[in-house]
Design a protein. Structure first.
Length: 222
Protein backbone atom coordinates (compact mmCIF):
# COMPACT_ATOMS: atom_id res chain seq x y z
CA UNK A 1 0.00 0.00 0.00
CA UNK A 2 1.10 3.59 -0.61
CA UNK A 3 1.67 4.97 2.89
CA UNK A 4 2.94 8.49 2.10
CA UNK A 5 1.25 9.46 -1.17
CA UNK A 6 1.99 13.17 -0.83
CA UNK A 7 5.71 12.31 -1.12
CA UNK A 8 5.32 10.35 -4.35
CA UNK A 9 6.97 12.10 -7.32
CA UNK A 10 4.72 14.13 -9.64
CA UNK A 11 5.28 12.93 -13.20
CA UNK A 12 2.80 15.23 -14.97
CA UNK A 13 0.10 17.87 -14.48
CA UNK A 14 -2.89 18.14 -16.82
CA UNK A 15 -2.80 21.90 -17.38
CA UNK A 16 -3.20 21.27 -21.12
CA UNK A 17 -6.72 19.89 -20.69
CA UNK A 18 -9.75 22.23 -20.65
CA UNK A 19 -11.54 23.05 -17.43
CA UNK A 20 -15.26 22.39 -17.16
CA UNK A 21 -16.97 25.71 -17.85
CA UNK A 22 -18.86 27.57 -15.15
CA UNK A 23 -22.04 27.21 -17.23
CA UNK A 24 -21.66 23.43 -17.24
CA UNK A 25 -21.14 23.44 -13.48
CA UNK A 26 -24.50 25.04 -12.74
CA UNK A 27 -27.17 23.02 -10.96
CA UNK A 28 -29.44 22.97 -14.01
CA UNK A 29 -26.65 22.02 -16.42
CA UNK A 30 -25.48 19.09 -14.30
CA UNK A 31 -29.05 17.83 -14.00
CA UNK A 32 -29.44 18.05 -17.78
CA UNK A 33 -26.11 16.29 -18.42
CA UNK A 34 -27.04 13.39 -16.16
CA UNK A 35 -30.53 13.15 -17.65
CA UNK A 36 -29.13 12.84 -21.16
CA UNK A 37 -25.44 12.02 -20.93
CA UNK A 38 -23.37 11.98 -24.13
CA UNK A 39 -21.17 9.01 -25.02
CA UNK A 40 -18.21 8.93 -22.64
CA UNK A 41 -15.82 6.54 -20.93
CA UNK A 42 -14.60 6.70 -17.34
CA UNK A 43 -10.87 7.19 -17.14
CA UNK A 44 -10.41 5.11 -14.01
CA UNK A 45 -12.16 1.81 -13.31
CA UNK A 46 -10.01 1.05 -10.27
CA UNK A 47 -7.13 -1.35 -9.85
CA UNK A 48 -9.36 -4.32 -9.02
CA UNK A 49 -6.80 -5.67 -6.55
CA UNK A 50 -7.67 -7.54 -3.39
CA UNK A 51 -6.15 -7.58 0.03
CA UNK A 52 -5.48 -11.11 1.25
CA UNK A 53 -8.57 -12.89 2.49
CA UNK A 54 -11.10 -10.40 1.16
CA UNK A 55 -13.85 -11.16 -1.34
CA UNK A 56 -15.35 -8.36 -3.46
CA UNK A 57 -18.09 -6.44 -1.64
CA UNK A 58 -20.63 -3.88 -2.82
CA UNK A 59 -20.34 -0.34 -1.48
CA UNK A 60 -21.54 3.15 -2.33
CA UNK A 61 -20.48 6.71 -1.63
CA UNK A 62 -22.37 9.98 -1.87
CA UNK A 63 -20.85 12.71 -4.04
CA UNK A 64 -22.60 15.66 -2.32
CA UNK A 65 -22.56 18.93 -4.29
CA UNK A 66 -23.69 21.73 -2.00
CA UNK A 67 -25.63 24.54 -3.68
CA UNK A 68 -24.00 27.80 -2.56
CA UNK A 69 -24.47 31.38 -3.76
CA UNK A 70 -21.04 31.29 -5.45
CA UNK A 71 -21.61 27.93 -7.13
CA UNK A 72 -21.48 24.26 -6.24
CA UNK A 73 -19.11 23.03 -3.53
CA UNK A 74 -18.17 19.40 -2.94
CA UNK A 75 -18.61 18.14 0.62
CA UNK A 76 -15.79 15.80 1.63
CA UNK A 77 -14.60 14.13 4.82
CA UNK A 78 -11.21 13.45 6.37
CA UNK A 79 -11.13 10.03 7.99
CA UNK A 80 -9.72 9.52 11.47
CA UNK A 81 -6.14 8.31 11.80
CA UNK A 82 -6.84 5.07 13.67
CA UNK A 83 -9.04 3.34 11.08
CA UNK A 84 -7.84 0.06 9.55
CA UNK A 85 -8.63 1.14 5.97
CA UNK A 86 -7.79 4.54 4.46
CA UNK A 87 -6.85 6.17 7.76
CA UNK A 88 -6.53 9.95 7.49
CA UNK A 89 -7.55 9.99 3.84
CA UNK A 90 -9.96 12.37 2.15
CA UNK A 91 -13.15 10.51 1.27
CA UNK A 92 -16.74 10.80 0.22
CA UNK A 93 -19.22 9.75 2.89
CA UNK A 94 -20.21 6.15 2.25
CA UNK A 95 -19.40 2.54 2.96
CA UNK A 96 -20.30 -1.09 2.57
CA UNK A 97 -23.78 -2.07 1.41
CA UNK A 98 -26.06 -3.84 3.86
CA UNK A 99 -28.89 -6.28 3.00
CA UNK A 100 -31.55 -3.79 4.12
CA UNK A 101 -30.30 -1.05 1.77
CA UNK A 102 -32.40 -0.28 -1.30
CA UNK A 103 -29.45 -0.49 -3.69
CA UNK A 104 -26.50 1.91 -3.96
CA UNK A 105 -28.65 4.99 -3.30
CA UNK A 106 -29.92 3.50 -0.06
CA UNK A 107 -26.37 2.63 1.02
CA UNK A 108 -25.04 6.10 0.21
CA UNK A 109 -27.86 7.88 2.04
CA UNK A 110 -27.65 5.63 5.11
CA UNK A 111 -23.87 5.87 5.38
CA UNK A 112 -23.93 9.64 4.90
CA UNK A 113 -26.43 10.06 7.71
CA UNK A 114 -24.42 7.75 9.97
CA UNK A 115 -21.03 9.29 9.21
CA UNK A 116 -21.74 13.02 9.08
CA UNK A 117 -25.36 13.40 10.21
CA UNK A 118 -26.58 14.90 6.92
CA UNK A 119 -30.33 14.22 6.84
CA UNK A 120 -31.90 12.75 3.70
CA UNK A 121 -34.37 15.61 3.44
CA UNK A 122 -31.51 17.88 2.32
CA UNK A 123 -30.24 15.44 -0.35
CA UNK A 124 -31.51 15.34 -3.93
CA UNK A 125 -30.04 12.32 -5.76
CA UNK A 126 -29.52 13.12 -9.44
CA UNK A 127 -27.48 10.23 -10.85
CA UNK A 128 -24.63 7.76 -10.56
CA UNK A 129 -21.14 7.23 -11.93
CA UNK A 130 -19.74 3.86 -13.07
CA UNK A 131 -18.63 1.41 -10.40
CA UNK A 132 -15.07 1.89 -9.15
CA UNK A 133 -13.07 -1.12 -7.84
CA UNK A 134 -10.82 -0.27 -4.89
CA UNK A 135 -7.62 -1.95 -3.73
CA UNK A 136 -9.53 -3.07 -0.62
CA UNK A 137 -11.89 -5.17 -2.78
CA UNK A 138 -14.93 -2.88 -2.67
CA UNK A 139 -17.06 -2.34 -5.78
CA UNK A 140 -18.05 1.27 -5.14
CA UNK A 141 -20.97 3.06 -6.81
CA UNK A 142 -20.64 6.88 -6.63
CA UNK A 143 -24.09 8.43 -6.14
CA UNK A 144 -24.31 12.05 -7.30
CA UNK A 145 -26.49 14.41 -5.30
CA UNK A 146 -27.28 18.07 -4.79
CA UNK A 147 -27.44 19.31 -1.19
CA UNK A 148 -29.34 22.46 -0.37
CA UNK A 149 -28.54 24.54 2.74
CA UNK A 150 -29.24 25.21 5.48
CA UNK A 151 -28.29 21.88 7.02
CA UNK A 152 -26.45 20.70 10.09
CA UNK A 153 -23.79 18.01 10.42
CA UNK A 154 -23.04 15.65 13.29
CA UNK A 155 -19.82 13.76 12.68
CA UNK A 156 -19.22 10.19 13.81
CA UNK A 157 -16.12 10.87 15.92
CA UNK A 158 -14.85 7.30 15.46
CA UNK A 159 -14.76 7.46 11.64
CA UNK A 160 -14.71 11.13 10.65
CA UNK A 161 -12.18 13.69 11.85
CA UNK A 162 -13.49 16.56 9.76
CA UNK A 163 -15.97 17.56 7.06
CA UNK A 164 -15.15 20.38 4.66
CA UNK A 165 -16.12 21.84 1.29
CA UNK A 166 -14.10 22.42 -1.88
CA UNK A 167 -15.36 24.56 -4.78
CA UNK A 168 -16.38 22.17 -7.54
CA UNK A 169 -14.83 24.40 -10.22
CA UNK A 170 -11.41 23.84 -8.59
CA UNK A 171 -11.76 20.08 -8.78
CA UNK A 172 -13.08 20.17 -12.35
CA UNK A 173 -10.01 22.07 -13.59
CA UNK A 174 -7.30 19.60 -14.75
CA UNK A 175 -4.63 22.21 -14.07
CA UNK A 176 -5.04 21.00 -10.47
CA UNK A 177 -4.82 17.30 -11.38
CA UNK A 178 -1.40 15.76 -10.71
CA UNK A 179 -0.21 12.33 -11.79
CA UNK A 180 2.16 10.50 -9.44
CA UNK A 181 4.31 7.39 -9.82
CA UNK A 182 5.83 5.27 -7.07
CA UNK A 183 7.59 1.89 -7.16
CA UNK A 184 6.38 -0.72 -4.67
CA UNK A 185 7.94 -4.20 -4.59
CA UNK A 186 9.45 -3.55 -7.99
CA UNK A 187 6.13 -2.58 -9.57
CA UNK A 188 5.29 0.99 -10.60
CA UNK A 189 2.01 2.28 -9.21
CA UNK A 190 0.41 5.44 -10.60
CA UNK A 191 -2.33 7.57 -9.09
CA UNK A 192 -3.89 11.00 -9.44
CA UNK A 193 -4.17 13.74 -6.82
CA UNK A 194 -5.96 17.09 -6.48
CA UNK A 195 -4.37 18.91 -3.52
CA UNK A 196 -6.50 21.76 -2.22
CA UNK A 197 -5.28 24.47 0.14
CA UNK A 198 -8.04 25.21 2.64
CA UNK A 199 -8.13 28.16 5.04
CA UNK A 200 -6.04 26.35 7.66
CA UNK A 201 -4.43 23.31 5.99
CA UNK A 202 -3.83 21.51 2.72
CA UNK A 203 -6.07 18.56 1.89
CA UNK A 204 -4.37 15.90 -0.22
CA UNK A 205 -7.20 14.43 -2.28
CA UNK A 206 -5.96 11.25 -3.96
CA UNK A 207 -6.67 7.57 -4.54
CA UNK A 208 -10.22 6.41 -5.16
CA UNK A 209 -11.71 9.80 -4.27
CA UNK A 210 -9.59 11.64 -6.84
CA UNK A 211 -10.15 8.91 -9.43
CA UNK A 212 -13.93 9.15 -9.09
CA UNK A 213 -13.71 12.94 -9.36
CA UNK A 214 -11.65 12.54 -12.52
CA UNK A 215 -14.41 10.30 -13.91
CA UNK A 216 -16.92 13.04 -13.06
CA UNK A 217 -14.71 15.48 -14.96
CA UNK A 218 -14.75 13.17 -18.00
CA UNK A 219 -18.55 13.00 -17.89
CA UNK A 220 -18.99 16.77 -17.60
CA UNK A 221 -16.43 17.62 -20.30
CA UNK A 222 -17.71 15.05 -22.81
Amino acid sequence: MILRPHEAPVVSVDAHLPAVSSATLSESAIRARLASAPSWQPEFAGDGSRLAGRAPAAAAVLVPMVVRDDGLHLLLTRRTDHLRDHAGQISFPGGKSEPEDSGPVGTALRETEEEIGLAREHIDVIGQLPVYATVTAFQVTPVLALVRPPFGLKLDAFEVAEAFEVPLHFLMNPAHHRHHAVVLDGIERRFISMPWQGPEREYFIWGATAAMLRNLYRLLIA
